[in-house]
Design a protein around this ligand. Structure first.
Ligand SMILES: Cc1cc2nc3c(=O)[nH]c(=O)nc-3n(C[C@H](O)[C@H](O)[C@H](O)COP(=O)(O)OP(=O)(O)OC[C@H]3O[C@@H](n4cnc5c(N)ncnc54)[C@H](O)[C@@H]3O)c2cc1C
Length: 480
């Protein structure tokens, strides 16, 4: 990115520990500090930069992008974190266009509409039309008839916080929970439907019941009235990392990689941030502070002269299960399955050892060399955290047994790469309001300090892009 020594010399807002109290610069002339160079922080920084507000992004890792990591090697393109995003919000569309990535937009193949779910050891396509629903073997006749009664079921009181499991069982029945929602929750959150709060984890689902009295009625009404962008699955030729890299490129030297923030201090009308670069601590002044950090990172930072900030250490209690992503490549003839879909999700009741498999090279072009296919498996989550910790040898065995049975894969993979996420995705569990209240209380008690990111504003990339925009609006609006 840049030479760190140059940054230290050039940064005009550096204060030494001794001169700290003598700093006389007006807060309004100082830059906004953005903590975290993942998609949330970069989006926030980019919007502020566009509005001519000076910013500095502190990123602990050597490269920007956070958990978005796309690696091209010998014709393979591996996504270590997120694999695709839903372009279901105007905010996402606008950002992609504004950073010049419109011509590089890559939508998932048509076949991605097919999603396989496992039932009784076999792969069954998730029905995507009313006729397919009538015919599918994924649900029994009784489950289908039960679903027809959904529009007439009473809605729950607005203030009742239910688990996703209890909510879906009440409205749609046990079988629908087991074979549709459980695998979906495993695929999105690597979570457990009985632990996740429908209010906090799936607010749109909760709103459908509250506003329309029925999920089916609400979904049909929304489909007929929604004029916004359709939920299309999106990436770029060199993977999702193209987006954070484009944002970082537009921000230039304002993005400081390998610079971990350790202390945030309120001093009169401005802020001081202490960070570590190459073992040296540097303190600099800022007008305001935007925190776009994972919960554990936020809990570890020392906040000084910020009322209520001691409660931020409680954020470490937010459950983040470990997930291991395994990228495997085979010669086409080694895989019997046609791989004509998005991938395969595995319901917990099927008792397998993985959450699901993405058919990566079928989803987007050029993810595997000619004559080869690439698959990405997710292992662990709340369901089986111990499996995420298996070593590479045990994972190789697990992958070849599971894929052998489910997709008819034969022989050793020609490519095998493992990425472990010890704390993958925040779980919006029952009682999550406790954590949201901490953010709100600290923010309201101290003007000029803002919190966003996936522990507060939702876990999807679209949620994080919206979070970045919200943070930029809040920080840009502050007058010192
Ligand atoms: C395995 C996996 C698969 C996923 N799949 C999908 C998917 O397919 N689609 C989808 O929409 N979403 C997916 N998600 C979720 C989504 O990717 C994340 O929620 C989102 O990218 C989080 O972005 P963020 O900027 O809020 O946080 P992060 O990406 O975590 O960025 C925070 C940054 O802060 C930095 N940092 C930490 N501490 C400090 C410090 N003290 N000082 C300075 N910097 C610090 C970190 O290095 C990091 O770069 C997935 C997530 C994971 C882990």
């Amino acid at each position: 990115m840049h030479e760190f020594s140059t940054v230290i010399v050039e940064a005009s807002n550096i204060v030494s520990p001794h001169s700290r109290r003598k700093s006389t610069r007006r807060a309004s002339s100082l830059p906004v500090a953005i903590l975290g160079g993942g998609i949330t922080g970069l989006t926030a920084a980019w919007h502020l930069h566009q509005a001519k507000v000076p910013v500095k992004v502190f990123e602990a890792a050597p490269t920007p992008g956070g958990v978005i990591i796309s690696t091209r090697q010998e014709g393979w393109l591996q996504e270590s974190g997120p694999n695709s995003m839903l372009e279901g919000s105007a905010e996402v569309t606008a950002l992609i266009e504004a950073v010049g990535l419109n011509p590089r937009r890559l939508y998932a193949a048509d076949s991605a509409k097919n999603r396989y779910v496992m039932r009784d050891g076999k792969l069954v396509a998730m029905p995507i039309s009313p006729m397919a629903f009538v015919m599918t073997k994924l649900f029994s006749l009784q489950a289908k008839l039960n679903l027809l009664g959904e529009p007439w079921r009473a809605k729950a009181p607005a203030d009742l916080e239910e688990s996703v499991g209890a909510f879906v069982k009440r409205r749609l029945g046990q079988e629908f929970l087991d074979y549709a929602i459980n695998p979906f929750v495993g695929g999105v959150y690597a979570g457990d439907p009985y632990k996740l709060s429908v209010t906090h984890g799936f607010p749109k689902l909760h709103a459908l019941e509250q506003e329309h009295g029925s999920l089916i009625r609400g979904a049909l009404k929304r489909r007929n009235t929604s004029g916004g962008p359709k939920d299309r699955i999106l990436s770029f030729p060199e993977g999702l990392a193209e987006l954070p890299l484009a944002l970082a490129a537009a921000l230039g030297d304002a993005v400081r990689c390998s610079q971990r923030v350790t202390t945030v201090r309120r001093v009169d009308q401005h802020w001081e941030i202490t960070s570590g670069i190459d073992g040296t601590q540097v303190t600099e002044s800022f007008s305001s502070v935007v925190c776009a950090l994972p919960a554990a990172a936020l809990a570890a930072i020392k906040f000084e002269a910020v009322p209520g900030s001691e409660r931020l250490s409680e954020l470490i209690d937010i459950e983040h299960p470990p997930v291991t992503s395994v990228f495997v490549g085979y010669r086409r003839e080694q895989v019997a399955h046609p791989l004509d879909g998005f991938g395969l999700l595995v319901p917990e009741v099927e008792q397998r050892r993985m959450l699901g498999v993405l058919f990566s090279s079928a989803l987007f072009p050029n993810r595997a060399p000619d004559g080869h296919v690439a698959l990405t498996l997710f292992i662990g989550g709340v369901r089986a955290p111990e499996l995420a910790k298996l070593d590479d040898v045990a994972l190789r065995k697990l992958v070849s047994e599971e894929l052998g049975e489910l997709l008819g894969v034969k022989g050793e993979p020609v490519r095998f790469s493992v990425v472990r996420w010890p704390r993958a995705i925040p779980q919006y569990t029952l009682g999550y309001a406790r954590f949201k209240t901490i953010f709100t209380q600290v923010e309201t008690g101290t003007p000029g300090l803002y919190f966003g990111g996936n522990a507060r504003d939702g876990i999807s990339l679209a949620n994080c892009i919206e979070s970045g925009r919200r943070l930029a609006n809040a920080a840009g609006a502050v007058k010192s």
